[in-house]
Each structure stands twice: as C-alpha cells, then as structure tokens.
Ligand binder design. Structure first.
Ligand SMILES: NC(=O)c1ccc[n+]([C@@H]2O[C@H](COP(=O)([O-])OP(=O)(O)OC[C@H]3O[C@@H](n4cnc5c(N)ncnc54)[C@H](OP(=O)(O)O)[C@@H]3O)[C@@H](O)[C@H]2O)c1
Length: 349
C-alpha cells in the first residue's frame, strides 16, 4: 500500500486533517505505476511541497514509465489541474504547515496564556517543547501529554527558567525551531506584590533578552513575543496615560518589556511582537481588532480594551503560519462591535 510522507512535517500524511484529499493525489501518482520504477514516497512527498513540481516530475518520467511492461499509462491520463486549483491547494497547504517551525518552544507554558498557546499549537498539530519552571505544576495542569505507543509525547516538558545561564537555555530550547514567549514576572511577597521598583527586570527585560540570545545560538528561525499595549507609551506621547502609569507601577514592567522588544527587533531573528490589551480568561466575546504599533492605548474612546487569552494564543500561533506576520509589531484587543476580521488579514497592517 502506498505510504505518503510529507517532507514538510516528517510525519505520515495521516497527521494532516485533510489527509484523505492528499491521499487521492498520491493514488493518482501510483496509477501511473511510478511505484515500479520510482519511490512512491518521493513522488507523494512532492505533492505535499509543490504540486506543480510534482506534475513536472511525473510528466518528465513518462517516457520511462511507458516502457514498463503492462503499463497502461498514457499522457492523457495525467490529471489536469488548473491554475486556480493549484493556487487553492498551495494556500490551503500553507495554512496547515508552519513557515519554518516543526517544533515550537513555549516559554512560560504553565502561564494562563502559555498553556493556551500549547493547546492551540497541538490543535494545529505542531510539536511542542513546553518550557516550565515547575514540572509538577505543569503536570497538574495536564500539560504532560504523551502519544500512545511512543516514548515521546507531542508535548515535551522541559525545565526552564529564563534567568538561567545560556547553556541551560539552549538545552531547554533543544531542537525547537521557533519560540513563543509568554513569560511574565510573578508578584511575590519579596517584590511587594510586584510593586517594588525594578521587580520585572529579571524576567521581562533581562530574561527575555537572555532567551533571545539563546534562541540565536540554538538556530531558532522565528520568535513570537507577547508583551503589552503601552510598552512604548512614553515615546508615543502617552507618558501621562493612566493605564500606562498604573500598569508600569508594577515593577516598571512596561518599560522592561519595551527594552526586551527593542532587543528582539535588533536581534536579526524573524520576530512577531504581540501586544495585547487587558487579558481575560473568558472565551472570546468579541471580534479581534488588530492594529499597528503604538496605535491602541486602552483609552475610553477606543472600542476595545481587553482580549481573551484564547484569542492571544490563536494569533501567536497563527504568526508562525503567515509570512505577513514576520517582523511586525501588532496590537490586539477585541470588541463585540468590531466587524469580523478574516484570519488571512490578521497581519495586514
Ligand atoms: N494580565 C494582563 O492583563 C496582561 C495584559 C497585557 C499583557 N500581559 C502580558 O502577557 C503575558 C502573559 O500574561 P499571563 O497573565 O497569561 O501570564 P501568567 O499567567 O502570569 O504567566 C506567566 C508565566 O511566566 C512564567 N515565568 C515567570 N517567571 C519566570 C522565569 N523566571 N522563568 C521562566 N518562566 C517564568 C510563569 O511561570 P510559573 O507558572 O512557574 O509561575 C508563568 O508560566 C505576560 O507577559 C504579561 O505580562 C498581561
């Protein structure tokens, strides 16, 4: 029986939600008795990567194929696929396969947003390395999932503290080729519930800078960073904005995040910086509003000020799939009165 392997994911086609449709393509290749002379796997892999290339290969192989004894192959049996169909196929496939990521390291995977990012990645069948400070906490949250019949699960839990040295961070990142970072400093008694000046420094400034350096050394392709609205409030003329003043009173967290953003932007890594408004654990109650850098300030005259963590997770993961997300800073909130925003336009800002 034909075994279709995707060169993009390294997994069998059964891992893809639309595998039935793709299998048909592979069966067409088999009908040409390519299996007698060539590798089925190779032929089918080509379908996954580029249907045009596949057709070209098949066509160029025809003279050989017609020499095969008892072959019924004739040129007019090759399925005709028009340009529109090719474009639709390519676009559907692109939506299923992350750009440069076969495995994603989630920093802060036990966090309220982090764990939703893990879930969203798995919904989209992306392998995950979940970076956690406390493995027991992660297990109690149900993050330690394993695949039946295999030793490694789709979610690998790894010890991770963003304040660790480079060697430890590189080890934690492992073979992941993308990172989504949703860490945030924890208010404690020692830092006066987060109000101590500079309390956010170790995690939200130096920690993220540390992780970006490790990502570069580990050969990571993409880095998605969750920060916040108003990280650049002062330069954007919002220094007197009450939201900025109140939020930044927590250990200078917005200033710390802004320094981390600047560092990531200068790092040379492909990045997407996602700045959400106030986070909610409720399911989405409004439509997504995506706006450019320094355009949303959480003021009363703006239509949305909050956003569900579910939507933040979705857009962080989507950034791994859409080239339009590369090297952008986006600001996101949601509003029940906003028009529905097509997923394909999320990063068109
Ligand atoms: N709350 C809001 O309304 C709001 C608004 C805008 C932006 N944000 C930002 O959005 C992001 C996600 O927010 P959230 O509320 O979902 O976060 P959260 O639940 O507080 O989770 C923060 C995560 O960071 C981890 N963490 C803390 N210190 C760490 C360290 N030294 N090394 C590694 N991991 C560390 C925590 O680990 P443990 O589980 O071990 O504690 C936790 O997993 C944060 O950056 C936050 O500042 C929040």
């Amino acid at each position: 029986m034909l075994h279709c392997t995707s060169t993009l994911s390294g997994k069998t086609s059964s891992a893809f939600p639309r595998s039935v449709g793709y299998s048909k393509s592979c069966v067409k290749a088999t009908a040409a008795k390519a299996s007698d002379t060539n590798s089925d796997t190779q032929q089918c892999s080509t379908y996954f990567t580029d249907i045009s290339t596949s057709r070209r290969l098949l066509i160029s192989a025809l003279p050989l194929l017609t020499l095969v004894k008892d072959s019924t192959v004739v040129a007019d049996e090759i399925p005709a696929i028009d340009e529109d169909e090719e474009a639709a196929f390519a676009s559907e496939l692109a939506a299923l396969v992350p750009k440069g990521a076969s495995k994603v390291f989630v920093a802060g995977a036990t966090g309220q947003t982090g764990r939703r990012i893990v879930l969203e990645l798995r919904r989209r069948q992306v392998a995950v390395r979940a970076g956690v400070r406390d493995v027991k906490k992660a297990q109690s949250l149900g993050l330690a999932v394993s695949t039946p019949g295999t030793s490694a699960g789709p979610v690998e839990l790894v010890n991770f503290d963003v304040t660790s040295d480079q060697a430890a961070l590189i080890e934690a990142i492992g073979d992941a080729d993308a990172i989504i970072c949703a860490t945030g400093f924890t208010p404690t008694l020692q830092n006066l519930g987060g109000l101590k000046p500079g309390a956010a420094n170790a995690v939200d400034r130096l920690g993220t800078i540390n992780l970006v350096a490790a990502a570069k050394s580990a050969g990571v392709n993409q880095f998605v960073l969750v920060t916040s609205l108003l990280t650049n409030a002062v330069d954007a003329g919002q220094g007197d904005n009450q939201n900025y003043k109140v939020l930044n009173a927590f250990g200078g967290v917005l200033d710390a995040k802004h320094d981390a953003e600047l560092n990531l932007r200068a790092s040379g890594l492909t990045y997407t910086i996602v700045r959400p408004g106030g986070l909610s654990n409720e399911p989405p109650s409004g439509e997504l509003i995506v706006s450019g850098e320094d355009t949303l300030f959480g003021t009363d005259d703006e239509s949305g000020r909050e956003i569900s963590r579910d939507q933040v997770a979705e857009i962080c993961v989507e950034a791994l799939f859409q080239g339009a997300a590369d090297n952008k800073v986006i600001e996101i909130v949601s509003s029940p009165t906003a028009p529905e925003l097509d997923r394909g336009a999320w990063f068109d800002i």
